[in-house]
Design a protein around this ligand. Sequence first.
Ligand SMILES: Cc1cc2nc3c(=O)[nH]c(=O)nc-3n(C[C@H](O)[C@H](O)[C@H](O)COP(=O)(O)OP(=O)(O)OC[C@H]3O[C@@H](n4cnc5c(N)ncnc54)[C@H](O)[C@@H]3O)c2cc1C
Length: 384
Amino acid sequence: MLERGEVANSWRRERWDSLRLLTPNWQSRLPGLRYEGPDPDGYMTMGEVTEFIERFAADSRAPVRTGVNVTSVRRADAGYVVTTNGGEIRCRAVVIASGACNQPSVPPFATAVPESVEQLTTFDYRDPAKLPDGGVLVVGASATGVQLAAELQRSGRSVTLAVGEHVRLPRTYRGRDVLWWMDASGVWDQRYDEVEDLTRARRLPSPQLVGTPERTTLNLNTLTSMGVELLGRWAAVRDGRALFSGGLRNMFSLADLKMRRLLDTFDEWAQANGRDGEVGSPERFEPTRAPSSTRLQLELGSGEIRAIVWATGFRPDYGWLDVPVVDAKGQLRHEGGVVDSPGLYALGLPVLRRRKSTFICGIEDDAREVIDHLTRYLAMRRSS
Ligand SMILES: Cc1cc2nc3c(=O)[nH]c(=O)nc-3n(C[C@H](O)[C@H](O)[C@H](O)COP(=O)(O)OP(=O)(O)OC[C@H]3O[C@@H](n4cnc5c(N)ncnc54)[C@H](O)[C@@H]3O)c2cc1C
């Protein structure tokens, strides 16, 4: 196992200070290791996640070589040559587990933002004190964007949030964590070959959730009540002005509708499986409140906005992969983790084999099936 940094590198280096997992502690489970502390319904801090993964690496005696950066993987003979800063390795099979979130994804028009406005991605952001004084524009309203907008607004700044397509979820539903429902009802176990629109499912943004000791729900209504101004999707920059789409009301209705449908699924599951007695009564939540009017433009050079935080998602980085298996959008071509090149496999990508594939609790089932395929492939090669 080659790791360019340290064990749990992404959790150590690529997250902001206040972040906690949005999955509850009882859901932090890896093969042979599960959370056994006093707060199963709590959410781990970054330090705790790092310790958890370090412990897994030690307990499982994973043969990790840290500080080894893979700079190229290419086909050779009947296998692969892996080039690293520590030399070359020849192997018959390679599992790509380099992560789905190696780089922040920022729209190309970011280059047209005037220099007087500081721009940060979620890889640069650590805490509000590091930003220049003045207003902040947070772009993106998925888990990261809503968390940072709330934190910045609480720090006394004036925050504007550009909202694109998003997934709204309550933190708790009928007295249980919403992720308990995803897990228990089987929604998270839905297999990739049963998902109606797989391409879309793989592109779905992370849900608006935050892990706090109080188990608070954080959504656009919460942010509006805090004083955050909501704008539509940031579409372009023209002559120093940021242009935003209208239609916030439609976007909100869609997210509300999808949330209601998911809650209906939970209710139907609870009823069909005789679980109604263990949980609270069905709940329905206030629709997302649309502002009476929204601004469609912002003058970026006016001084109103001093910093922009891009919370517009992440993408993988396969710059080191010299095998033609990456599509025009920069995504790996694979079928349930079996990459389009013999002996090449992937793990840890969105809906790789199940809806839960990119979560800590999702890796065990996926890894078992992908490694089954890999061992069959090696056995077949040996016998041929
Ligand atoms: C902001 C954020 C919040 C999240 N919150 C949660 C959560 O609450 N609960 C949850 O279950 N999941 C959460 N996730 C998903 C999380 O990423 C996964 O659960 C998990 O970390 C994925 O592990 P991984 O090993 O597949 O990828 P990563 O953690 O990204 O690990 C990939 C590793 O590969 C290394 N690497 C990459 N390229 C190379 C190379 N060329 N050579 C050598 N090494 C390389 C990297 O250094 C890195 O350590 C979150 C993700 C993000 C971005």
